[in-house]
Design a protein. Structure first.
Length: 181
């Protein structure tokens, strides 16, 4: 399992491809990549870009990472592009580990997530539009206010909102009809 979001890039020309956001092996297999040309990388929710390069490639990992950051300045820009590229804007079958994300502004989550969704790094729900349904848990324990929070209609696992005051927590739950439970 790789860090969210995994991708492959070509150090020689800057191309970037993705098929499986959670595993390089899935992307390599699905796109039949020649790993002599393509190198692994990660763009993490906290904004870090890791772009691996082989020795003697004529370009550094830092240069490749900078090229990727120039194309997608924020993680949400990359994430939204990756979902579009993989055809998963409506339904994402796996889990989404976005725990390092500190702002949901501009984030376009799929309408449905088959697994869990971890957004524990958010302290505010500003800009957050949650999927209509999730097969697993929803972690929003970093939220310090319920303002702007509109919960999913269906969450198949636990709902974590431990950063809210007990009064806000009770108010959120009172107005929520979880169809999965």
């Amino acid at each position: 399992m790789c860090r969210m979001a995994s991708f492959f890039h070509r150090p020689d020309n800057g191309d970037v491809v993705v098929s499986d956001l959670t595993a390089h092996g899935g992307t390599e297999k699905a796109l039949k990549l020649n790993v002599k040309l393509w190198c692994e990388g990660h763009y993490t929710p906290d904004g870090e870009v890791e772009a691996r390069v082989p020795e003697g490639s004529g370009v550094t990992a830092a240069e490749c990472a900078e090229r990727i950051k120039t194309r997608w300045p924020r993680f949400v820009d990359f994430f939204n592009w990756a979902l579009e590229q993989t055809g998963q804007t409506k339904e994402y079958k796996g889990y989404l580990d976005l725990r390092g994300l500190t702002s949901a502004v501009g984030l376009k989550l799929p309408e449905s997530v088959g697994g869990w969704l971890d957004l524990r790094g958010l302290t505010s729900a500003r800009g957050l539009k949650l999927p209509k349904s999730m097969g697993g848990y929803l972690d929003l324990r970093g939220l310090t206010s319920a303002r702007d929070l509109k919960l999913s209609k269906s969450v198949g696992g636990d709902l974590w909102l431990s950063g809210l005051t007990s009064a806000e927590y009770e108010k959120v739950l009172a107005g929520w009809k979880n169809k999965a439970r």
